[in-house]
Design a protein. Structure first.
Length: 748
């Protein structure tokens, strides 16, 4: 029997006949899982091919000619064109004239396309394309589809710019787009910026999304006052989804080649980071290095362990090589190993801890005591017939040497146990918590001075009552309805006096005086001193709270009154000579969506002056607009010139025009009349790239500072060329927002 050709009327006259379905017998293949990603939806043998067009002629069991407004689709594949031939047996479409094609999340246009619907194999001539994951786009002479998710483009371009004439683009002899592996591979590629070639490579690959992959990261370059010009070319190894390694050779003009590496790993029960740097320093003619490693692991059944290890070759390594304030001012490198156990009511830890001191000869400090080992056991049991029970026990072996003279200092063993019982009485608008505790501590000392005891024992009871009330009322705040609270608090503490002048000082210091400490049971941190006390602390807090729970403003005041002055101190400067403490006051909160304040003061009534003060204000009226101004006073801190600490700090990010942003920070010392830390820069945000230039001055020791210069060109979704100033910007400017990210504001 001979099949006769059939003809279908146009859509305009008979809409019911303008669409038909062809079910093919092509076999289906399962998608391949790559790097534990979510598998793509593949074509199924039972999935139908749907065809629409104005005119259809041919044999529906073999081949169909389609004319005008052609659309063919199956699953995630869609082909549109002016004309097409669909070969049913081959499951292949041959389209011409204004071809538009969608494959998975990518789109192509061209003059002529041939595509096997089932396998995804085919080609398109003179294509333009847009990739789904990162909106990468470009054009080529030809695109050959090797599979459903891989295409090879010949004489192609690539960019993330949406404009017809992009500011930056990559031109390549061939461009392999493998969406299955999420990788683009370039052969003989050149990167153009403003039509000027800025980078070229015979071979280059890059991720098609934000997923990680192995390869050379963007080179970074910059300059510092200590090392001169620097150039680093990192290489990233994506070892596994939960492990990676970055190797960074860096050439420093005045010092030589520095090799660095950072490895990271993450598992269900463990995580860690290990880093190292090494250089043969031409300036000092020595080998210099830095090493650090952190690790945390859970072993199960409540057990776990961790370590934190850091080591530097010499005192000046952070000063000469670090580029952040935190790193350059780091003078104590801790090396500890901890084993832990925890259960419902009990926990224990065993710690071995040592320090490396990076000494500043102009401002020397004493290294803390090594703890080899320290065993701590803690137990808590709430609501035992209304009582809360607590117990803390500790055994520590201390040893140390004088950082100036090198002589062995007093060391030895300290064992302590603290037991406490409290009975909380809590009502709707009040609470009263009486508590009693007993501390027992014993020392066995070595290297003690002649005539001083080597064995000491101290037993001290303590009793306290903590109480508070909460009142609420309706109020208005800047014209808005609020709930205002008034929360007075009274705390009484009684601890008898025991002479502790012959006790060593291993890990104890005078606590910083603040709102948390003023309601505590000891004015020292550490176990070597327990302050005697017969005192009462009175405070009050008032808050303005919106109906949705947002706290708009908090006002707090507190002061401590001594019925008898404490007699226990570390140094004579710690002794108290007044009947009441300094007055603490604070005012903080996001007053409006644009304005927030943060103020805390410590006022000495006996001296009639501020001892400490922090005044801060932030104005953030819109995304990427922020100004911060703060003033800090601290009469308890002296610099190397014996001046009290008085500083202004001004920082901000502000648009100067539609695309230009200014960034900056100035930390100014009033007594020294100098800028102790500064940052100044500009950012330009285009549609698909950002240019940044930033200069920063940071202190590296008590008498030295380092100036760094950052220049970076970021091509969105492709590469960052130059030195990265983002750490400097985010740490120096509170509220800073990256200019090429979507607008956002803090939610209060």
């Amino acid at each position: 029997m001979v099949s006769r050709p059939v003809s279908f009327p146009s859509r305009r006259l008979f809409r019911i006949f303008t669409s038909f379905v062809v079910v093919t017998s092509a076999s289906a293949t399962l998608p391949t899982l790559v790097h534990a990603q979510t598998p793509k939806t593949g074509k199924d043998a039972d999935e139908a091919t749907v065809i629409n067009s104005e005119q259809m002629t041919g044999r529906p069991d073999r081949e169909v000619d389609l004319d005008r407004d052609v659309e063919l689709s199956r699953g995630t594949t869609v082909v549109k064109a002016d004309k097409a031939i669909y070969k049913i047996i081959k499951d292949e479409v041959d389209a011409t004239g204004d071809v538009w094609m969608k494959r998975l999340t990518s789109r192509y246009t061209g003059d002529h396309a041939v595509l096997n619907i089932d396998s995804g194999v085919g080609y398109v001539t003179n294509p333009t394309y847009v990739l789904g994951p990162n909106a990468g786009r470009g054009k080529a002479q030809r695109a050959d589809f090797l599979s459903d998710d891989e295409a090879v483009l010949t004489q192609s371009t690539y960019s993330t710019c949406e404009a017809a004439n992009p500011d930056w683009y990559l031109k390549a002899q061939t461009l392999d787009l493998d969406q299955g592996r999420d990788v683009g591979t370039i052969t003989n590629g050149i990167v153009y910026f403003k039509d000027v070639p800025i980078f070229g490579s015979p071979w280059l690959d890059f991720p098609l999304s934000n997923a990680r992959k192995s390869g050379v990261l963007s080179p970074t370059f910059g300059t510092t006052s200590t090392g001169g010009m620097e150039l680093a070319v990192p290489y990233y190894f994506n070892i596994a989804p939960n492990r990676d390694l970055t190797v960074t050779p860096k050439y420093i003009a005045r010092r030589g080649l520095q090799m660095g590496a950072t490895g990271r790993y993450l598992g269900d029960t463990y995580s860690g980071v290990t880093s190292g740097e090494w250089i043969e320093d031409k300036l000092t003619q020595t080998e210099r290095y830095w090493f650090s490693s952190t690790h945390k692991q859970t072993l199960g059944n409540g057990f776990g362990f961790s370590w934190n290890v850091a080591k530097a070759s010499d005192n000046n390594y952070p000063t000469d090589f670090a580029s952040t304030v935190n790193a350059t001012t780091q003078r104590l490198l801790e090396r500890n190993f901890t084993t832990t156990y925890s259960s419902t009511y009990w926990s224990a830890s065993l710690l071995a801890s040592k320090y490396q001191l990076l000494q500043d000869v102009n401002a020397p400090i004493q290294k803390p005591y090594d703890r080899m080992p320290q065993l701590t056991v803690t137990g808590t049991r709430p609501d035992v017939d209304g009582f809360d029970l607590g117990l803390t026990g500790e055994f520590t072996r201390f040893s140390n040497t004088n950082s100036i003279t090198g002589q062995t200092m007093v060391g030895g063993d300290r064992a302590a146990i603290t037991q406490q019982v409290s009975y909380p009485i809590i009502g709707t608008a009040y609470y009263v918590t009486p508590k009693i505790s007993l501390d027992a501590t014993t020392y066995h000392l070595n290297n003690q001075q002649v005539g001083l005891p080597t064995d000491l024992t101290r037993v001290l009871p303590s009793a306290s009552i903590d109480s508070g009330l909460t009142f609420e009322r309706d109020a208005t705040f800047f014209g808005r309805s609020m709930t205002q609270t008034f929360e007075p608090r009274v705390y009484y503490l009684r601890t008898p006096y025991v002479d502790q002048s012959q006790y060593p000082v291993f890990d104890t210091a005078l606590a910083d005086f603040n709102f948390a400490q003023i309601f505590s049971d000891n004015r020292f941190v550490g176990r070597d001193r327990i302050s005697d006390a017969n005192q009462i602390t009175v405070g009050a807090t008032s808050r303005f709270i919106e109906a949705n729970g947002t706290e708009r403003l908090r006002v707090a005041v507190a002061q401590r009154y001594y019925f008898t002055q404490p007699r226990v101190f570390l140094t004579p400067q710690d002794a108290l000579t007044t009947s009441k403490s300094d007055l603490l006051a604070g005012l903080t909160g996001p007053v409006t969506n644009e304005l927030s304040i943060d103020t805390a003061v410590q006022y000495s009534q006996s001296l009639a002056q501020m001892q400490k003060a922090n005044y801060g204000i932030r104005w953030q009226p819109a995304p990427k607009k922020v100004l911060n101004l703060s003033y800090r006073l601290d009469r308890t801190v002296l610099d190397v010139n014996n001046n009290i600490l008085k500083q202004y700090d001004l920082s901000g990010q502000w648009p100067l025009s539609q695309r230009w942003y200014g960034v900056g920070r100035i930390n100014y010392s009033i007594p020294d009349k100098t800028v102790t830390e500064g940052l100044l820069g500009m950012e330009y945000r285009a549609d698909c790239w950002v240019f940044r230039v930033v200069a920063q001055r940071i202190p590296t020791s008590s008498l030295q500072a380092t100036t760094s210069f950052f220049v970076q060109l970021e091509l969105n979704g492709f590469a960052k060329i130059g030195s990265n100033p983002m750490d400097a910007l985010t740490s120096s400017i509170p509220g800073y927002q990256i200019v090429n990210r979507p607008d956002s504001l803090p939610s209060y």
